[in-house]
Design a protein around this ligand. Structure first.
Ligand code: HEC
Ligand code: HEC
Length: 221
């Protein structure tokens, strides 16, 4: 788009009755071109613009490849409404994580919406199965629950395949370390921005069941 603007202006100036355009007209065009370049640079599709360029340092390329060991989630493919809610919760302090609380407070409402729109339109890639036996145990809990400790089937709220919808987050293909961390935090009450819905489930899961569901969920496409 910038190139088209530049060549249009040059063509117009240089071919107008074969005369050279004046110095001030040239300067005016140059400033116009600069302004056009500046404004359009935010809209270049393949380069992430602010505010989400900064997010990729921890959440990884296209929000799909979090830095190992950081316990950060994949954002790619999360519902926009869920992303917006979480950013609001970090802003208000209802969800507690020092780095995300500080960062979220620097975002305007339009930054929040831009980030939600950007990450929700990215495609999530799942992880590989590392422990098939554990994944099988997790699959049973996800699909049918676990009656001995009154765990409901996770798909009741997160939908078949754990794809989620709106305020029920997509967890399919999420990083296992992040899943284990969040389920443990819901269980202990450290994460409590869910109106009790998720914590009532997590408090009934044993640590081994948490590992099993995380193993299975992370491989779902
Ligand atoms: C310093 C690293 C870092 C940066 C930079 C960062 N994040 Fe995060 N983000 C995290 C971590 C770690 C978590 C998990 C925090 C927790 O346990 O609550 C997280 C969680 C989130 C969540 C919650 C997702 C879910 O599945 O519940 C959203 C949404 C989010 N970040 C959006 C953003 C956006 C948008 C930006 C850029 C403006 C950003 N993050 C920048 C590290 C980071
Ligand atoms: C009664 C409905 C309900 C059931 C059943 C349920 N969940 Fe959830 N879950 C939620 C809601 C709602 C949230 C999001 C809370 C919020 O707004 O932060 C959530 C959040 C989560 C998260 C955090 C996702 C993220 O990106 O941070 C994980 C992981 C999760 N659920 C896994 C499970 C598993 C595993 C099961 C089954 C053992 C399960 N859920 C059953 C309602 C439910």
């Amino acid at each position: 788009m910038n190139l088209i603007v530049t060549s249009d202006l040059q063509d117009e100036g240089m071919t107008h009755n074969g005369k050279l355009i004046s110095r001030s007209a040239l300067l005016g065009s140059a400033l116009g071109i600069l302004a056009a370049v500046f404004l359009s640079s935010a809209a270049v599709a393949d380069e992430p613009a602010l505010p989400y360029a900064a997010c990729l340092t921890c959440h990884g390329d296209a929000g799909n490849n979090p830095i190992p060991g950081m316990l950060a989630p994949k954002l790619a493919g999360l519902d926009a409404q869920y992303i917006t809610k979480q950013l609001h919760d970090y802003q208000s302090g209802r969800r507690v994580h020092e780095a995300m609380n500080t960062l979220a407070k620097t975002l305007s409402e339009s930054d929040v919406n831009a980030a939600a729109e950007y990450f929700s339109s990215q495609t999530r890639t799942p992880d590989e199965v590392t422990d098939k036996v554990l994944a099988k145990q997790g699959e049973a809990i996800i699909k049918h629950g676990y009656s001995s400790n009154a765990v409901p089937a996770c798909v009741n709220c997160h939908n078949d395949g754990m794809y989620g919808a709106a305020r029920y987050p997509r967890v399919a293909g999420q990083k296992p370390d992040y899943l284990i961390n969040q389920l443990t935090h819901f269980k202990s009450g450290e994460r409590h921005n869910d109106f009790g819905q998720m914590s009532r489930v997590a408090m009934r899961l044993t640590d081994d069941q948490i590992k099993a569901v995380a193993e299975y969920i992370s491989t779902l496409n």
